[in-house]
Design a protein around this ligand. Structure first.
Ligand SMILES: *Cc1c(COP(=O)(O)O)cnc(C)c1O
Length: 386
């Protein structure tokens, strides 16, 4: 990053500015940890580069806030954050080892989640070669049909003599498919299946809930919760007020503005045609920044000084820019370089995601590499150990 950038700094070269509030992130972690209480471990999902926000910056902040258990999807993601964490922290690899990568995973200081009989066999073979048992988590399929041992798999596994020889079981886990819909019958069905399946294994710490599951109530917490989304400000209770602090602000700066007459087209495919005299601002963010093309003609931007005036995104999103109808601002001067919010205090992430026909998760993990990223930690207490 060549220069630190203040939005609206006329000397800044940035087109799109992504501001990540690390103090809010730490606050969200403490809020969730306090919610589950002292008997339950609060881990953190930091896969997909901490949901697009930058694992290298996010992980140390979570550690300072007291987090010691981290979840990534891939070996490479875990290896990237391992040097940021001491021996006091565990990094679980949710997808488990790809065949033949068991030794590399272990050497990288990571702990696999074993999802299948094949993965269990691979891990036991590594332990045998190493001459020592090795830590692992076990995943059970409680009804999502995605990862983990099924009923039949457990049956096959437990028919062996000493089926877990070579494994130091650290965690038994499963994942809820419908936790964001508290009344969905799948939740209780999965809870019951998880209880039934894990009773067949030796006793070990258990985990079922991610962000939304954590809000279903204490009987969903078991020994560990694994929130991701809620840490990053995504609403874990859709349809209800968001209990989390926003972490992400996305701003796009004006390149130029123009006045157009009725009948004038804007953007590729003449996707928008003005029906009145209009003022159009071209902003320097497009789908090449990961801002969804699907939001063209549907979403809006906000001038922070005029938060009650949504400014419609008009026409198609281009690779490097998008057009906003700023007619409603009248004659307010809009100098080149002025920053409008695409996600911000008056324009929540969920609204932008809705307009794009997607969810906050996808919007965040799709955030591109081209934004100028500002990490705000000025309000972060030093030596914060929770
Ligand atoms: C991604 C993931 C999480 C975190 O989920 P959120 O909904 O983001 O809180 C937890 N557990 C597993 C297995 C996951 O894949």
């Amino acid at each position: 990053m060549p220069v630190d950038t203040e939005p609206n700094d006329p000397a800044s070269p940035a087109g799109g500015i992504l501001t990540i509030d690390l103090a809010a992130l730490a606050g969200n972690y403490r809020f969730l940890r306090d919610r589950v209480g002292p008997g339950v471990t609060c881990g953190a999902a930091v896969k997909a580069d901490a949901y697009g926000l930058g694992a290298a910056r996010v992980v140390p902040v979570l550690h300072r806030a007291g987090c010691r258990t981290f979840f990534v999807a891939h070996l490479a993601e875990g290896a990237a954050i391992r040097p940021l964490l001491g021996a006091d922290s565990t990094i679980f690899v949710l997808n488990g080892p790809m065949p033949g990568t068991e030794a590399a995973l272990h050497q990288a200081g990571l702990v696999p989640v074993l999802n299948s009989l094949e993965q269990i066999a691979g891990w036991r073979a590594l332990a045998q070669r190493a001459g020592t048992p090795l830590p692992a988590a076990m995943q059970l399929d409680s009804g999502m049909s995605r990862f983990g041992l099924s009923d039949d798999d457990l049956h096959t596994l437990l028919a062996e003599d000493a089926p877990l020889t070579g494994i130091i079981p650290q965690l038994v886990m499963s994942h809820l498919a419908c936790a964001d819909e508290p009344a969905h019958p799948a939740n209780h069905a999965q809870h019951a299946a998880f209880q039934r399946l894990r009773a067949r294994l030796p006793a070990m710490p258990a985990s079922l809930a991610a962000s939304s599951g954590l809000f279903l109530g204490p009987e969903w917490h078991f020994d560990m919760v694994r929130p991701g989304a809620a840490l990053y400000g995504i609403n874990p209770t859709p349809g209800h007020p968001n209990p989390m602090q926003p972490v992400v602000r996305l701003q796009a700066r004006i390149v130029q503005t123009r006045r157009i007459g009725p009948g004038t087209a804007v953007g590729y495919g003449a996707g928008f045609i003005a029906d009145r005299p209009s003022r159009i601002a071209t902003l320097a963010v497009g789908y090449g920044d990961g801002f969804p093309r699907a939001i063209g003609g549907r979403g809006h931007a906000i001038l922070p000084a005029q938060p009650e005036t949504p400014l419609p995104i008009v026409g198609r999103i281009s690779m490097d820019c998008l057009a906003v109808d700023v007619t409603a601002l009248g004659d307010i001067p809009l100098a080149a370089g002025t920053a409008l919010d695409l996600i911000g205090p008056h324009h929540p992430l969920e609204d932008a995601a809705d307009a794009a026909g997607t969810i906050g998760y996808e919007l965040l993990t799709g955030l591109g590499a081209r934004y100028h990223r500002r990490y705000r930690e000025d309000t972060l207490p030093q030596g914060d150990n929770g």
